[in-house]
Design a protein around this ligand. Structure first.
Ligand code: ZN
Length: 315
């Protein structure tokens, strides 16, 4: 009986043990099965999260690189602009003829009242001696080629008058301005060049102007024009026709006495002796190595008989 009870207990015990082992195994198995999954899920979440961070970082990096590229491009443009600005400044910075030709006798040959039937001949002579001059012209239809030649061959095309009618030009500041702007536009239409220099018909010391001369200077300033008179005259405007020799003598005597010399001559139909005098004038001037013949430019110091003031001095 007792033996039976012991067996039963033992059996019971074994049953329980097996059950415990089974439970343990089951739990272990469950844990072993679930844990990797959980780990996997956890790792997946982590990977996902890291991916998102990576993506964001990449995006930020890309944005940064774009900004950097923009900045680089802007910097490159700026760097390119600097030499352009320097170049502009250099272009704007006019070197005066007095510096450029320091120690030289500077002679500026100027021809008023053209073009005429002699303009081509004058241009040919200047071309032969490789000399540049300045032409203070009028508005004359039929001389389109001559205006263009003056510009193309490196001479200075400058304003004199549209009409050359003193009474009309000097009637009022408005008439004065109109004469200038009409001529400037006329020449611009033909040559594409906007003139920068002006010569008063009769010179700035003329007594024909019927209003305050300062108003003329105002107009010239407003039109961005610099006016030039002369300090040497060929006297070829005399009522009687001067010989070529007299014109030559007048010019050469004058240029010997002053530096720089702005020489007044005429390009007009009744002034052929001026054309005849031209080769000898140029040859004599060029024979002196210290003399240069120049066109009027922004670097030329204006020669003016009258400047903005109450007092008017006659040349
Ligand atoms: Zn004139």
């Amino acid at each position: 009986m007792e033996q039976q009870s012991v067996d039963k207990d033992y059996l019971e015990y074994r049953k329980k043990r097996v059950k415990r082992i089974k439970r343990f195994l089951l739990i272990s198995l469950t844990v072993l099965l679930i844990l990797p999954n959980v780990l996997c899920i956890y790792l997946l979440i982590q990977v996902n999260h890291t991916n998102r961070i990576l993506e964001e970082t990449q995006e930020n990096l890309w944005e940064l690189s774009v900004q950097l590229e923009d900045a680089n491009a802007a910097a490159a443009v700026e760097m390119a602009m600097i030499p352009m600005q320097v170049e502009d400044e250099m272009l704007q910075e006019v070197i005066p003829d007095s510096l450029l030709y320091e120690g030289k006798e500077r002679v500026y040959l100027t021809f008023d009242d053209g073009p005429s039937e002699y303009t081509d001949e004058i241009l040919d002579i200047l071309d032969e001696y490789e000399v540049k001059a300045t032409f203070f012209v009028l508005a004359k239809d039929g001389y389109e080629e001559q205006y263009q030649r003056i510009v193309d061959e490196g001479h200075t095309l400058a304003l004199h008058s549209y009409t050359h009618q003193y009474g009309q030009i000097y009637e009022s500041p408005e008439a004065f301005r109109q004469d200038i702007t009409m001529l400037s536009d006329y020449l611009f239409d033909i040559t594409g060049y906007r003139c920068e220099f002006y010569r008063f018909p009769g010179g700035s010391s003329n007594t024909i102007i019927q209003f305050d001369k300062n108003e003329c200077f105002d107009v010239l300033e407003e039109e961005n024009l610099v006016y030039f008179d002369w300090n040497v005259t060929s006297k070829d405007a005399s009522t009687y026709r001067l010989s070529a020799q007299s014109i030559t003598d007048n010019v050469l005597n004058g240029t010997q006495q002053t530096n720089p010399s702005v020489v007044l001559m005429h390009d007009a139909s009744d002034k052929y002796t001026t054309v005849q005098a031209l080769p000898q004038i140029i040859e004599t001037l060029l024979a002196d190595e210290n003399t240069v013949l120049l066109p009027i430019t922004n670097g030329t110091a204006p020669v003016c008989h009258v400047v903005r003031s109450e007092e008017e001095t006659e040349q």
